[in-house]
Design a protein around this ligand. Structure first.
Ligand SMILES: [Zn+2]
Length: 192
């Protein structure tokens, strides 16, 4: 067993030894959802004050309103009763460091982990790679405020999302731990 594999199982044993949350209901008690980035520096439970059972947290690379994120949000309100949603991207996001072309070129070169330096991303070239990366929209980000606005608008405009759900737009600052509102996004996400 790898070191990490072992550590996770040990941590779980510790968690379960004093576990007392077995009676929670499935629907989030505080009736809201957060869509945010998978970045390891973000801990939504801490930055938004969540306990087990409080809220849905949907995470992907960038916290983007991908089709699958929208699938989860629709389930979140339609079957599990959430009434307000947050879209939270963050400063220093990895999704700002590449484009669709860069990603597909790296993947075409090899399936090894690429490296990055001041001049950009580099691949080991130790192939084989795959050209399948060309057919994926990686939903990269040029500007956080713009990506939050774009995603709030996309969610609000979706045919399966009811107009009464407000969507709030924020950027989490990885240097300070603060949530910074994107006012245009929250305005675009108003309930009606
Ligand atoms: Zn990120």
């Amino acid at each position: 067993m790898s070191k990490i594999h072992n550590e996770v199982l040990l941590a779980n044993r510790e968690y379960a030894s004093s576990f007392d949350k077995g009676g929670l209901a499935m629907p989030p008690a505080r009736q809201f959802a957060i869509l945010t980035c998978m970045d390891a520096r973000l801990d939504p439970a801490k930055y938004a004050g969540l306990a087990e059972g409080d809220a849905h947290v949907i995470r992907n690379a960038g916290g983007r309103a991908s089709d699958d994120a929208i699938r989860s949000l629709v389930i979140s309100y339609k079957l599990l009763g959430t009434k307000e949603w947050f879209v939270i991207h963050h400063t220093d996001c990895g999704m700002e460091t590449f484009t669709n072309d860069i990603m597909s070129d790296l993947l075409a070169s090899s399936l090894k982990t690429a490296s990055v330096d001041a001049s950009g991303w580099h691949d080991s070239g130790d192939g084989p790679g795959s050209t399948d990366g060309k057919y994926i929209n990686w939903l990269t980000i040029k500007n956080q405020a713009e990506s939050v606005l774009e995603d709030v608008k996309r969610i609000k405009a979706h045919s399966l999302v009811p107009s009464y759900i407000p969507v709030y737009g924020y950027v989490y600052d990885v240097k300070t731990g603060r949530l910074l509102e994107v006012p245009e996004a929250t305005a675009a996400g108003q309930a009606s």
